[in-house]
Design a protein around this ligand. Structure first.
Ligand SMILES: *[C@@H]1O[C@H](CO)[C@@H](O)[C@H](O)[C@H]1NC(C)=O
Ligand SMILES: *[C@@H]1O[C@H](CO)[C@@H](O)[C@H](O)[C@H]1NC(C)=O
Ligand SMILES: [Ca+2]
Ligand SMILES: [Ca+2]
Ligand SMILES: [Ca+2]
Length: 328
């Protein structure tokens, strides 16, 4: 009887975790992995970073199956005469090409386009791929579309926050997830990182949420951050749009409309070089900060966005946990 129950629970477990990764990625059986094409061109470095922040890598045609799936993905998006970036690069040292996950060029069955590779003007460090299957070396700085790829079985374990990134922590007070980034970035790059993680720079919608952010900040003392930068401040999602003083969230609400507008005493002060970007002090009170000042930052994510293909309800999570306990 117990065996029967176990196999029944196992079946449930299997059904509910099938196809569990964010639905913006498509699972492809042939290469056992998830694909997502980004149509908006980016530099190679940004393409690489965006894929990485999603728990994926910049896709490379490392086998004939991968090349076929990449061509298929491009055709689905009607990308015909455009070259996309692959993960094959020589940005560490010229001529030494590897995929982002370390496969050397000599092991990759590339078909080169006419007169390629030529390392034109000794400036080409990245490999592109065309929907007709040919490769070329190109400048990494010239923006192009690209494909992110996550290798593996269908069942990708996503967490309570709907992501593979366990840096995100769920807070029941706001029903939102937050991640504190300890590596300092300027406002625009912090915005890029939160967006790539399917979140946004944190927006404070209530005094409760300010308390949550204060706690998140408190869990990351200055001693936990390396490097010399101001560890008393963290960038969040508000911005001065107009002549100085027009503070709105990155979702275009006034701070009051958003639900929290408590600046620290003496702030905003438009400090030395001018301050048009938003941040908080460890007190949870607001401060204006220079958009050029790198600082730690806090991302906020809705656990339901983007949807996971087979979202688990709490009951199902319980069943899984019971199953796991039985197995142990
Ligand atoms: C593939 O496309 C590239 C660039 O558009 C072109 O240079 C190359 O000749 C094409 N190869 C084939 C086999 O059609
Ligand atoms: C803010 O500071 C910058 C740089 O000192 C200055 O150019 C700008 O006029 C200031 N804005 C206001 C409204 O004081
Ligand atoms: Ca070239
Ligand atoms: Ca919020
Ligand atoms: Ca200030």
């Amino acid at each position: 009887m117990k065996t029967f129950i176990k196999s029944f629970v196992f079946l449930l477990f299997f059904i509910y975790t099938e196809c569990a990764f964010t639905c913006d990625y498509q699972y492809r059986q042939l290469t056992k992995g998830w694909f997502k094409l980004y149509e908006v061109p980016e530099t190679w470095q940004d393409a690489r970073l965006r894929c990485r922040l999603q728990g994926a890598v910049l896709a490379s045609p490392t086998s004939s199956a991968m090349a076929a799936e990449m061509k298929h993905t491009m055709k689905n998006f009607f990308i015909q005469d455009t070259e996309i970036f692959t993960g094959i690069h020589a940005t560490f040292s010229s001529g030494s090409y590897y995929t982002v996950d370390g496969i050397p060029l000599s092991k990759i069955p590339l078909v080169w386009a006419n007169n390629e590779p030529d390392n034109f003007e000794n400036k080409e460090r990245c490999i592109t791929f065309n929907s007709n299957g040919s490769a070329a070396d190109r400048m990494c700085e010239e923006p192009r579309p690209y494909i992110c790829f996550r290798s593996g079985e269908k069942e990708v374990p996503t967490n309570r926050c709907g992501t593979v990134d366990d840096g995100y922590q769920y807070f029941k007070e706001t029903k939102k997830c937050y991640k504190f980034h300890r590596e300092p970035r300027k406002f625009d790059r912090a915005h890029f990182v939160c967006s790539a993680e399917n979140g946004h720079l944190a927006i404070i919608n209530s005094a409760h949420e300010a308390e949550v952010l204060k706690k998140v900040f408190g869990d990351n003392p200055a001693s936990s951050m390396a490097g010399s930068f101001d560890k008393a401040v963290a960038i969040i999602g508000f911005y001065d749009w107009g002549s100085w003083g027009d503070w709105t969230t990155i979702h275009e609400e006034t701070l009051k409309e958003a639900g929290y507008d408590r600046f620290s005493d003496g702030e905003p002060n438009n400090g030395t070089t001018g301050e048009d970007c938003g941040s908080i002090w460890r007190t949870g009170l607001l401060n204006d900060i220079s958009c050029n000042q790198p600082a730690a930052f806090i991302c906020e994510k809705d656990p339901a966005y983007p949807p996971v293909c087979q979202p688990k309800t709490d009951e199902e999570i319980e069943i899984n946990e019971r199953f796991n306990n039985e197995v142990e």
